[in-house]
Design a binder for this molecule. Sequence first.
Ligand SMILES: [Zn+2]
Length: 506
Amino acid sequence: MGRFYVTTPIYYVNARPHLGHAYTTIVGDALTRWHRLLGDDVHYLTGTDEHGLKIQQAADAAGKTPKEFADEIAPLFEQAWKRLNIANDDFIRTTEPRHRVAVETLLRACYEAGDIYLGTYSGLYCVGCEEYYVADELTNGTDCPIHKRPVEHFEEENYFFRLSAFEQRLLDWYDSHPDAIVPDFRANEVRGFIKGGLRDFSISRRSLEWGIPIPWDPKHVTYVWFDALTNYLSAVGYGQDDERYRAWWPVDYHLIGKDIIRFHCVYWPAMLMSAGVEPPRGWAVGGWLLVDQEKMSKSMGNVVNPLDLIDDIGLDGFRYYVLAETPYGQDGDFTRKGLIKRYNADLANNLGNLLARVATVVGKKCGGIGPRAATDSPLAPAAALAYEHAAAAWDNVQPSRALEATWQLIRATNAHLETNEPWKAEPGPVVDAVMGDALEALRIIAILASPAVPSTAQTVWERIGMSGAVTDERLPDAARWGGYPGGAAVVKGEALFPRRSDEDDS
Ligand SMILES: [Zn+2]
């Protein structure tokens, strides 16, 4: 038992929640649910990133103030996470006062450490975009890629963070924390960035209005990345509630996408080191869920709304798919065909079918009352292995492997029934033993599957006659063979996951 603090990136409110946001948020939810089963004191944070030029522009275009604009979009994220059964403990918005206090505190700490200085930013600037470009982003070497007009050379006074001073410190830190970044190959990528040389980066803009002013020089507004990263500290009381901050920091895992690895694994720990704050304990870097081999984006026109998928395949069908289909860290390819295929194979045919046949046979051969499992059941070793492998996989932030281990136990239980064919046997001790084994396996399966499919797990739990909430079970004890009490009514109920026709496929 311990404490476990996990974060998602905060999502930028220039877009509505899409499948990519849902993916990371479901991974975090399942991971934290696993840790709740372990008895850990869990803090799961998500939220929205609401400052910066793009929000200011989007608000202008909509004829609203940036705050009004953000106030309309942020609740869409909160509502989406409720519908996806996300058990986050906090939802932070960067426009909240508690966040501003933390950003100011962190800025001052870095400034006092001598790592923030005033300099001049010079670069190629498009007035239409109000944005800097580097030469190789330009069309024909001279023009803004959006406005197709020549960009201008522009200079602006900016505050800079002295990232160049942190090369060796970061490398030393990663040397002494070799497991901090999962999967492994992402750690090598980060070391590569750092060894390639670090340049100081600008942390303020004078041209920008929508953001947090630099506390000692309010003509400047804090650059959105410095602002956004600090949310992970703001939410646990940094600069405001020292006791709370000390209880939760350092974070156990930042869940991030591979596109924001440089900000999170290079800039962020350097900022923290400068301020005398311990770096994160871990980063779990996910790939993208691609749609038709492309990253989802507004401009590609391939944005998938996760809420439409819930309507289509059910909440737990959707949650299971995103967790099981793609090993965390790799890119996945989202297709409706893949969604239906996995739903039918793992949920309808395996888990759903197991529960249905167990309830049917208990109804017909055991008078509807679940018999107790034998202590020397042939399924006991399979259950022990499922727990061991699932626990190791969650520990490495690999939900797909944890579910694979759990589904091995489902397959073993179905195979056990097929070998013994209790539906053909006369009622009596032999049938009772087989059904007791299957019920005990289902009890353990419900616990192990609950981080991924919480409401389904509760249904299985109740139908096999267990009382209370499956989420109140505590591992590892609850996964030990022999916990099914026997003597409870087993309920058949409706199909957990009605099989979907492949013709639904479009
Ligand atoms: Zn432009």
